[in-house]
Design a protein around this ligand. Structure first.
Ligand SMILES: Nc1ncnc2c1ncn2[C@@H]1O[C@H](COP(=O)(O)OP(=O)(O)OP(=O)(O)O)[C@@H](O)[C@H]1O
Ligand SMILES: [Mg+2]
Length: 246
């Protein structure tokens, strides 16, 4: 499957937060989107996930063209995401978060077309095991470490059987070992056939998991390439890596 983002733009008042961004993401691949604070990375994910309507441009998902994406389109299109700051409910257990997402997925047409098995408890156990939270299924988010909460958000997203998974700084606030687990998990998600767009500041994680990198600055794509192209690019070094590398 191929996702093409074609000249997507989003303006907030006088600020062009996303400026004619074009990129593509493929099933089986991790496409990293990097750039300094305020570059427009989260706004781009908001546009791709129906949270923010974009002003112009289009998104082609396997031949289906979208000039807008509504929240209601996500399950059918197979798009899911995590947020830069964790969004979980402390009234729900770990397992309930995943179960809720799985049950809403089961109600969509795509689930019927795929003939997904309807056993939510079984699906939850599989996903929690995949993200290393099976032993914590009955806990509340407040009882988890920050990195574990981020893994729970990923399990919740996986419960909707995504074709495109958008991750907004999943390693932020994680310990070194959580980050290592995250790298394995992100790679496994892509290897299972999902397209992943990864927004991330941790360049070591980007280097470990990404197949391609897109660099944004002031809302614009300044370079697209492999991690080694990016590391060598003088413009990237001056606007981003020069700062991040310290
Ligand atoms: N709802 C909004 N209203 C007005 N301006 C916004 C809004 N959301 C984002 N912005 C602005 O758009 C620009 C891009 O923000 P965005 O959050 O997309 O950047 P980012 O690349 O994700 O940054 P960071 O690395 O800090 O998360 C910033 O200047 C931000 O202040
Ligand atoms: Mg952001």
């Amino acid at each position: 499957m191929l996702i093409r983002v074609d000249a997507v733009s989003k303006r907030f008042g006088g600020l062009q937060a996303v400026d004619a961004v074009s990129l593509s993401a493929r099933s089986g691949q991790v496409t990293a989107v990097i750039g300094p604070n305020g570059a427009g990375k989260s706004t781009l994910l908001d546009c791709l996930s129906g949270l923010t309507p974009f002003d112009s441009g289009r998104i082609d998902i396997d031949g289906a063209m979208f000039t807008s994406i509504g929240r209601g389109d996500l399950l059918e299109a197979g798009i899911t995401r995590t947020f830069q700051t964790v969004r979980l409910f402390d009234s729900l257990t770990v397992e309930e978060h995943v179960g809720l997402a799985h049950r809403s997925y089961l109600r969509c047409r795509r689930a019927r077309e795929l003939g997904t098995r309807r056993d939510t408890a079984d699906a939850c156990r599989g996903l929690l095991s995949q993200v290393g939270l099976l032993q914590k299924a009955a806990m509340r988010p407040s009882e988890l470490s920050y990195g574990e909460r981020r893994h729970l958000e990923i399990a919740r997203g996986l419960a909707t059987r995504p074709r495109l998974f958008l991750l907004d700084e999943p390693a932020a606030g994680s310990t070194y070992s959580e980050q290592a687990r995250l790298a394995t998990l992100i790679r496994a998600i892509a290897d299972a056939g999902c397209a992943v767009i990864l927004v991330e500041h941790h360049m070591d994680l980007v280097g470990q998991v990404s197949d391609g990198v897109v660099v944004l600055n002031f809302g614009r794509v300044i370079v697209t390439g492999t991690i080694s192209d990016i590391r060598r690019n003088p413009e990237v070094i001056s606007v981003y890596l020069g700062v991040a590398a310290q």
